[in-house]
Design a protein around this ligand. Structure first.
Ligand SMILES: Cc1ncc(COP(=O)(O)O)c(C=O)c1O
Length: 356
């Protein structure tokens, strides 16, 4: 299996996992996504919402603006941040020079490549080099995934705003994918919007656990929002998504509870993962809604398979020829954590910790 196909395969495909490992679909513990295991408790949707056409444009810029701390005119609702990821590259002239994280949500790379642009990679070790390129005017667009999925890297606000202003001065822009930022709103650039050259993407799929709702937001200056609106057409965000989304965004008590739940589950998860001997050089990285364990590629594959055989689906990533990440989503409760702990210790006994 190629590096590219491993990195681009989305998590959550239990049918494929069932086929691959011979474990029935309903027996899986799915830790292969970064979607919160507790979702915002959806309320009943009045029949009228299903019957009538929804507002042509999403009617709740204020609820979104209050939640993101930005101005309402900077907000455009979209059917999942994936829409913006696929569409933004089409708004730039061919051969736009765009810098992307070497490892990060792969749909970005796919879309920029498909639109015929010039792609430049960066990683945690080459941020100074990247900044040099921005200063020298060698880049038109910088894409940051903040925090990064799956590497967990979180770039500071000052650094990103500095890049944004340098890029904007030459007509370029900074795109920040903040799909996983809700647990740490203080690190977000959302409140800066609208700002010249800044485009922020947000999602209701992860923190709110509503990936199936297909609702996200672009926060940007109005010319960008107008171009995206044209591509969207009318009624792009369906009525039930508008109805539930506006309520989820306004439910501040639930936001606080969800952050606490995530914190507690994360602390337990980190403690478990740190207690495991993964084999070879490894480190446990804490993300917003997932943990990634970096280790030699052979160990990644072995752990992925050992977990799979025991009905626990994880997600693996290739970083380079020798090295990769195994990513674990959060467990929902003590029973799930215990099941994971048992599966990991059974794998250690079967020799997972020794790398060939
Ligand atoms: C970093 C990142 N951004 C965006 C998305 C797309 O999310 P959605 O279209 O559900 O908002 C994903 C999905 O996994 C992601 O990992």
């Amino acid at each position: 299996v190629s590096k590219e196909s491993i990195n681009i395969t989305h998590g959550g495909d239990l049918d494929q996992a069932a086929q691959l490992f011979g474990v029935a679909r309903e027996q899986w513990l799915d830790l292969s996504t970064g979607i919160a295991p507790w979702s915002w408790p959806v309320v009943d949707i009045p029949t009228e919402i299903w019957q009538r056409l929804p507002a042509v444009k999403c009617p709740f810029p204020q609820a979104a603006a209050d939640y993101y701390g930005c101005k309402p005119e900077a907000v455009l609702a979209i059917p999942g941040s994936q829409f913006a990821i696929q569409t933004l590259p089409k708004l730039f002239p061919e051969n736009t020079r765009v810098a992307l994280p070497q490892l990060g949500y792969f749909e970005h790379r796919k879309a920029w490549h498909k639109a015929g642009h010039s792609l430049v990679d960066y990683n945690d070790g080459s941020l100074a080099l990247l900044e040099g390129k921005i200063e020298a005017g060698e880049l038109d667009v910088v894409l940051a995934i903040n925090p990064n999925n799956p590497t967990t890297t979180l770039l500071g606000r000052d650094r990103l705003l500095h890049w944004c202003d340098l890029l904007a001065r030459r007509g370029g822009c900074l795109i920040v994918d903040e799909a996983f930022m809700d647990s740490e709103p203080g690190m977000s650039l959302a409140a800066e919007c609208p700002r010249p050259g800044l485009i922020v993407l947000r999602s209701l799929g992860k923190f709110f656990g509503l990936a199936g709702l297909r609702l996200g937001f672009v926060l940007a200056e109005s010319p960008v929002l107008e171009l995206l609106s044209e591509r969207l057409g009318p009624w792009a965000v369906n009525g039930p998504a508008q109805y539930l989304g506006s309520r989820a965004l306004a439910d501040t008590d639930w936001h606080v509870e969800q952050r606490q739940r995530i914190n507690e589950a994360m602390n337990e998860k980190i403690a478990l993962l740190k207690s495991i001997n993964w084999g070879g050089k490894s480190s446990v990285l804490q993300g917003p809604l997932y943990c990634s364990v970096s280790m030699p590629l052979k160990a990644v594959d072995r752990w992925y398979n050992q977990c799979g055989k025991q009905g626990i689906l994880t997600r693996r990533f290739v970083r380079c020829e020798f090295d990769g990440l195994l990513r674990f989503g959060l467990t929902k409760d003590a029973a799930q954590l215990e099941r994971l702990a048992k599966a990991l210790s059974a794998s250690v006994e079967q020799g997972s910790s020794s790398v060939e």
